[in-house]
Design a binder for this molecule. Structure first.
Ligand SMILES: [Fe+2]
Ligand SMILES: [Fe+2]
Length: 358
């Protein structure tokens, strides 16, 4: 509502004075800002975007020469949506994605933080990550979880650079003013002690069995540290003759074996296979997604724009933007993660096939 010319002058003046007085009290009348509260569908600020591995990799290697992990805390190239503030730590929706890399012989000291994290390994073979007393060797395609407030550090004992996609719920945690961080450093010790055998969590909780004498520490977090690429990929291919999802092809969610739910309370992660010549139907949903191309090539039509991708690329699909995917020249495997658990928890998850409103 605005003070139109048809209003008597004295009423216009009274309204202007009233609004000015409200502003001094840090109060905003709804009728002057109706759009912020009332909208027929989401007005999404983030835009579809792709970061290409052929652009990232040379920058990663230059970064390796120019700055140490100790100087950087974590040497991460943050993928910030072009529509967002450079310092927002926001890639799309309530999720963040960044490329972290370690050169041979480097370590990243232990720390912990209230944002939840997970990683998908892009390149390299044999660097380790340690989370709450357990170490795992990371290989290309592995999916590694790092729950909120878990101590974690990384080290690259291999002869090649190691790179992975870091996924965090940073925008959500920042929105809630709940971001805490702590360095482990205790005297000369920069790294947490290792308390269990490698792969202990996988043997204990990740094979469809559980130790009958032991209760899990928590059930809302996946106790499995590393979901191996070979296992996940085999599972995808074992289901390749299934119809799968009309919108995603053969898609599997990484789950917490204790609940069947997402691996982390705020993040859900998926691996999907687009078979040769497969072209999915279009749909949209309020979950925002970060995609990473694990194998092969293809494209996605996102909001009417075609984005072609190849192995190593990372792209985003904003909330409520229609999208469809296809493989090109063979099969493609996509890793993705989204803020779906947050939306589901608060009754805000909405999905619609192309051409339908809900
Ligand atoms: Fe971290
Ligand atoms: Fe989708």
């Amino acid at each position: 509502m605005t003070a139109g010319p048809h209003l008597p002058n004295d009423l216009q003046a009274q309204r202007a004075a009233f609004h000015a007085e409200l502003e001094r009290l840090s109060i905003m009348p709804l009728w002057l800002n109706l759009g912020a509260a009332v909208q027929s569908e989401p007005r999404v600020e983030g835009v579809p975007h792709i970061w290409r591995w052929r652009d990232i990799k040379p920058m990663m290697l230059r970064g390796g020469d120019l700055i140490t992990p100790q100087e950087a805390e974590r040497r991460v190239l943050m993928l910030i949506n072009p529509a967002f503030d450079r310092k927002s730590a926001r890639t799309i929706g309530m999720i963040f994605g960044g490329i972290q890399f370690l050169m041979p012989g480097e370590i990243a000291d232990s720390h912990r933080h209230s944002p939840s994290a997970h990683r998908f390994i892009i390149e390299g073979d044999g660097a380790y990550t340690a989370v709450d007393g357990e170490r795992t060797l990371m290989r290309k395609g592995d999916y590694v979880t790092t729950p909120a407030w878990a101590w974690h550090d990384h080290g690259n004992d291999s002869a090649q650079p190691m790179a992975w996609l870091d996924g965090l719920d940073l925008p959500f945690v920042n929105l809630l003013d709940a971001n805490f961080f702590e360095d482990y450093a205790q005297g000369d010790h920069q790294r947490q002690p290792i308390l269990r055998e490698s792969e202990d969590s996988l043997h204990r909780w990740g094979r469809g069995l559980r130790p009958a004498w032991q209760a899990p520490a928590r059930s809302d977090l996946s106790p499995v540290l590393n979901y191996r690429w070979t296992t996940s990929r085999d599972a995808l291919h074992a289901l390749r003759h299934d119809a799968g999802s009309p919108f995603d092809g053969i898609i599997l969610e990484y789950v917490n074996p204790l609940t069947g739910g997402p691996t982390l309370p705020t993040l859900s992660a998926y691996l999907q296979l687009l078979r040769r010549d497969e072209h999915t139907q279009a749909h949209r949903h309020t979950a925002s997604t970060i995609y990473h191309v694990a194998e092969g090539g293809g494209g996605s039509r996102i909001g009417g724009r075609d984005i072609l991708w190849e192995e190593g690329d990372t792209f985003v699909i904003p909330s409520w933007v229609e999208h469809e995917h296809w493989s090109t020249g063979g099969e493609a495997v996509l890793f993705s993660y989204s803020d779906r658990p947050i939306l589901r928890a608060f009754g805000l998850l909405r999905e619609a096939a192309s051409g339908r409103k809900d």
